[in-house]
Write a protein that binds this ligand. Structure first.
Ligand code: SAM
Length: 336
């Protein structure tokens, strides 16, 4: 459903997740509530919406909220008659061009000048259309989710936004084309943009799927450019790479620190009002497999499933030379 190249994406693991979850949740809860509270690209949330669950999705990052707001809350049909008009707009010198493109003198090379200016034109038009009441929230997030996916395809990076490339690579030289993401059939769900520690106290349901970061790489630093395009909040940027102040944004994740991860995971488990809890976490993460088992066993019956998995690499081209570079992906289960 969604192919954005994203750290920890479960897109390629969907068959394993779907099968294991269906096996464990024997009476297959069509019509039940499925919560994906580290939802990222929305690959898992969208898949389970299509299966008939009412889906609750959450992510601390706003670009992820945008994607999930679309996949989970939008149901067909939604008109998209402004797509051609948005694609035909003249570029403008806005925040993206002024801060992420070399031609503006920003010193940064995340997008070509044309793509940065086109992105600004589309992004500011979406705000005008929405503020002027010409499109509703559903349409707004339909187009904005499309913009997040489409601009990511022409980013001049080795994949994440921790750095940009000096020379424009072939995929980044292509012109930005706004493409709409699929509309997912199913019941209208609910998306949140908050820390899981907040959301877990507000929601309840049948199946809880947890896919936290498993190492120290903060998503706010690796995807800060998408965050700014999604929010378009004109932040102060810092340093060579133009980072936002993620401390101020409240987006530094406690799951990315060895010191705090076990305590926040325990807190999530203690406050989860769900019968089935699934945790994706591999064998190289900040929490050991024993710690996970200890915590989950305190809250119900524990089981573990595994599948071999090709590792995410920052550079897709590099990945071709590392075919044997794989790790084991675990799905930990707690049944209440
Ligand atoms: C491994 S990724 C999830 C990938 C997702 N399952 C997919 O297939 O695209 C982890 C996600 O957790 C989010 N995250 C990190 N800490 C969080 C927190 N404390 N509360 C909510 N979301 C958080 C990150 O922004 C990131 O999108």
């Amino acid at each position: 459903m969604n192919c954005m190249n994203y750290i920890g994406s479960k897109y390629s693991l969907l068959p394993f997740l779907e099968q294991t979850i269906a096996d464990v949740v024997a009476c297959s809860a069509s019509g039940g509530v499925f919560a994906d509270l580290f939802a990222g690209t929305g690959a898992v949330a969208g898949t389970f919406k299509r299966k008939g669950y009412r889906v609750i999705a959450n992510d601390i990052q706003h670009y992820a909220y945008t994607l999930n707001r679309h996949y989970v809350e939008n149901v067909p049909p939604i008109a998209a008659e402004r797509l051609d008009w948005l694609n035909s707009l003249d570029g403008e010198d806005g925040f993206v061009y002024n801060n992420y493109c070399a031609g503006s003198g920003s010193g940064r090379n995340y997008f070509t000048d044309e793509n940065g200016r086109k992105c600004d034109a589309i992004r500011s038009a979406l705000n005008r259309l929405f503020d002027g009441g010409e499109i509703g929230e559903d349409e707004y997030y339909y187009y904005l989710a499309g913009l997040i996916n489409s601009i990511d395809k022409v980013a001049n990076t080795a994949s994440v936004y921790g750095a940009y490339l000096k020379h424009v690579k072939a995929s980044a030289a292509k012109p930005l084309a706004l493409e709409l993401p699929p509309l997912v059939d199913g019941e209208r769900g609910k998306a949140f943009c908050a820390d899981i520690s907040e959301v877990i106290r507000k929601v309840r349901g049948d199946v809880l799927y947890l896919d936290p970061p498993y190492n120290a790489r903060q998503y706010c630093s690796n995807y800060h450019v998408l965050e700014t395009i999604s929010r378009y909040d004109i932040p102060t940027l810092n340093g060579v790479t133009g980072l936002r102040d993620s401390e101020a944004d409240g987006q530094k994740s406690a799951f990315c620190s060895k010191r705090t991860v076990a305590a926040v995971f325990e807190d999530v488990m203690a406050n989860a009002d769900f019968k089935y809890i699934f945790l994706s976490y591999n064998n190289e993460g900040l929490m050991s497999l024993d710690t996970i088992r200890d915590i989950m066993e305190r809250h119900g019956k524990y089981e573990q499933f595994t599948q071999g998995y090709h590792r995410f690499r920052a550079d897709k081209e590099d990945a071709r030379n590392h075919k044997a570079d794989s790790t084991v992906e675990y799905l930990h289960v707690c049944v209440r």
